[in-house]
Design a protein around this ligand. Sequence first.
Ligand code: M6R
Length: 620
Amino acid sequence: MCGIVGYTGNNDACAFLITGLQRLEYRGYDSAGIATLSSDSPRIQTTKVAGRVAQLESALAAGTIRGRLGIGHTRWATHGAATEINAHPHSGGRSVLSLVHNGVIENYESLKTDLQAKGFEFVSQTDTEVIAHLVADHYAQLQAGGEPTVEHCVEAVQTAVSQLRGTYGLLVMFRDFPDLLIAARCGSPLVIGVGKGEQFVASDTSPLVGFADRIVYLADHQVAVIRPESIQVLHRDQGRVRPDVHVLSSDSVDVNMEGFNHFMLKEIYEQPQSIQNALRGRLDRDNATAKFGGLNLTPQQLRGVQRIVLTGCGTSWHSALVGEYLIEELARVPVEVEYASELRYRNPPTDHATIVFGITQSGETADTLAALREMKRKGHHTLAICNVIGSSIAQAADGGIYLHAGPEIGVASTKAFTSQLTVLTMLALYFGRLRHLSFEAGQRVIEQLERLPHLVEQALACHDQVKEIAAHYHTANNFLYLGRKFNFPTALEGALKLKEISYIHAEGYPAAEMKHGPIALVDEHTPSVFIVPQGTVYEKVLSNLQEVKARGGPVIAIVDHDDPQVARLADNVIRIPQVEDFLQPIVASIPLQLLSYEIALLRGCDVDKPRNLAKSVTVE
Ligand code: M6R
């Protein structure tokens, strides 16, 4: 979703702002803008476009240094269409300040009415312009005709944010102070990159890589006063606090495509390595179990857990569904899977022996964050299974497990999904070994997990075949994805991948549910992708496949052995390596990811930045 960058120092602000915005493009956006200020100019210069950062770059006069202070933004439209006027930065007062904002202000209508009554004129439909005028109003009142001071700027921002209801990450610059940035955060992340004689600000760490190696995460209700030589952090309730400086993790460094045409393809091919990274140091062969450093619960406390709630959104919710099968099967602990967007407003009866895992790649998904906070408030131990170190959810949870998958830039989640499943398998093993799972059974799980990176590597060999299949079906308007047991969530995930990047309507179903309705959709133009490896439900899925074939539907089958029965029935057969059923979702996802990618390419879609979607969904 929206992205923020800011710079103050002795260099050309635009150089960092444009690079930073390019690196934030992966989050999804529809307009972009920057504002800069130079000490020898009396006014803030603003350039905005309803379009891509490349257009913004062309719109800026090449080679002109526009100032050594600046803020920039990529906007994903919430209030008001994706137009140049609605793009950020927004001016406050009579251009006394310029401001960028991530998040949503819920009470903006009433604030706007009050400001309009005071004579403020609004040009956009955004909630952000309300904040800009609100800060400007307080700033004017504090000055009361006298000389402006930095303290006035700080107090104006503090007073304005105290009136806001909702979420915000804000960055403000004032016309009167050509080296000052003020940042404020509540629910929407901001990170400061600490430099020598210069400071950088961004809404996640990716823009900071190569510019700063020390960072400060702003926490909720903090305001940062940022100048080239200093950073001062003020907390709403605690006053001035010491900035907590972290080293920028090398995990964040890998932000280029390394010869691949798209981040999504690169990330699909990274999976043998990302799975290896998720496993590293966590398999305990001696005790036939897994080990985790950050659950922050003793084995005794974990032994007392009676129920596990797994929550997340989108692909992470699909991981949770696989997790349910895994934990129930290997550990025999009851599991409930909840959409985070539903859990946050539900009031499920839960006891104190229930723990809650929020599953999230970004660690910034607003619904997952809110659901975890609500469950924590009720007294449950909350844990995050998360990729982004230091993210809001990682900070809010009582403990957790990092995926160590490296940055996932493509909007369609691929490697994060398989890393989530890898971690959930280890978690199921861990809980199982605390209960009934035998040493031998635990060792077998470990052996399977250790082979996994290699098997995923082998699965990638289907790519050329998948290209041919994509060429055959890319004009279809509807797809069905069908599987059972562990591969029901695999089917859901396959369908989601296809619809989000190729815009083809796709439905995932438990294969047996077909006959209760969706089979009416089957015709010669609607391909069905069946996930039909060997296992307890193999025969059942085969019957479902026959039902589709009998109605003239084309079938693409994913199998894990030379299967003459399936070969006779299916139009296309993709072979994946054989694994135990609980690892099939990981291996079977590889051809499904590649299929969506190739179909999207053939349809001319923007694979890494699909329309209307954002990488981190930071609004409700
Ligand atoms: O960062 P999160 O895992 O919390 O994100 C949740 C969903 O927004 C995300 O999985 C989304 O569905 C992806 N675009 C799927 O590819």
